[in-house]
Design a protein. Structure first.
Ligand code: NDP
Length: 245
């Protein structure tokens, strides 16, 4: 089996479940050593054991990306263990459901604090480690909802639209240094996303009979794009992976 990421180091936020956890496995299967970060340490450690069983090194770190000190410690531990970083996957994120009129200011702030500020904070802190490796990459996980404002999802759509804009700006800012910035925009995916999503008061959604793709399928599309090494935007929907160069 070929291991194109052998000797490379990938840091994934939100690696305790869903897409992040599946991505940790996929990158490890491709030979990468993986830093796994999230708040639930037992789950992060379990995911790290899965990764280690694939024959690569794993560093589990408890990290709340909304906390500056946690993020600084994450980078210090990454540096102490691996010395540098080849790929940063900004995956940690949370949903918010309900009309803009009904969501609370606190909920909207919480989602932006994680989806937007968290991604920005981790990226900024990772830059010195990424700069040590030629061909380093940042992979930002957005959503198909980041490309359109849908009803009942305005807070979430706005946060992911901000992710898209930051991705484009960062791409342009880092292009001259050869650091590539990718955007992965999954469609509905099976994960713990629904359980963790915030809801406006009185707005609980009935399960919708939409076809979802698996976190593994999204992770496969992510790692494939990462391997291509282009500054791609990848959209995934059940049965379809679209790459917008
Ligand atoms: P999950 O809820 O399964 O995963 C979310 C991850 O984020 C968990 O590992 C969680 O870990 C972590 N996380 C949450 N808050 C924080 C925090 N403050 N600091 C660090 N980590 C945190 O959902 P998904 O796997 O589906 O979500 C992954 C990404 O994919 C998100 O950005 C989401 O918006 C996006 N996405 C999901 C879609 C879907 O349909 N599922 C569709 C499109 C995009 P912990 O609680 O341990 O901290």
């Amino acid at each position: 089996k070929t291991q194109p990421f052998k000797g490379r180091v990938v840091l994934i936020t939100g690696a305790s479940s869903g897409i992040g956890r599946a991505a940790a496995k996929r990158y490890a299967e491709a030979g990468a050593d993986v830093v796994l970060a999230a708040r639930r340490l037992p789950q992060v450690e379990e995911a790290a054991r899965e990764v280690t069983s694939l024959g690569v090194r794993a560093l589990p770190v408890r990290c709340d990306v909304t906390q500056g000190e946690d993020v600084e410690r994450l980078m210090r531990e990454t540096e102490a263990t691996f010395g540098a970083l080849d790929v940063l996957v900004n995956n940690a994120g949370q949903g918010l459901y309900g009309p803009l009129e009904a969501i609370s200011e606190e909920q909207l702030r919480q989602v932006f604090e994680l989806n937007v500020f968290g991604l920005w904070r981790v990226t900024r802190a990772a830059m010195p480690l990424l700069r040590r490796r030629p061909g380093a990459q940042v992979v930002n996980v957005s959503s198909v909802l980041g490309h359109r404002g849908l009803p009942l999802l305005g807070g979430y759509c706005a946060s992911k639209a901000a992710v898209n804009a930051m991705t484009e700006s960062l791409r342009a800012e880092l292009a001259a240094e050869g650091i590539r910035v990718l955007l992965v925009s999954p469609g509905l995916t099976e994960s713990e996303f629904r359980e963790h999503r915030l809801h406006a008061e009185g707005w609980r959604q009935d399960p919708i009979p939409l076809k979802a793709m698996s976190a593994e399928e999204v992770a496969t599309a992510m790692v494939r794009a990462s391997l291509r090494g282009r500054r791609d935007t990848v959209l995934t929907l059940p049965g379809r992976v679209m790459v917008l160069a």
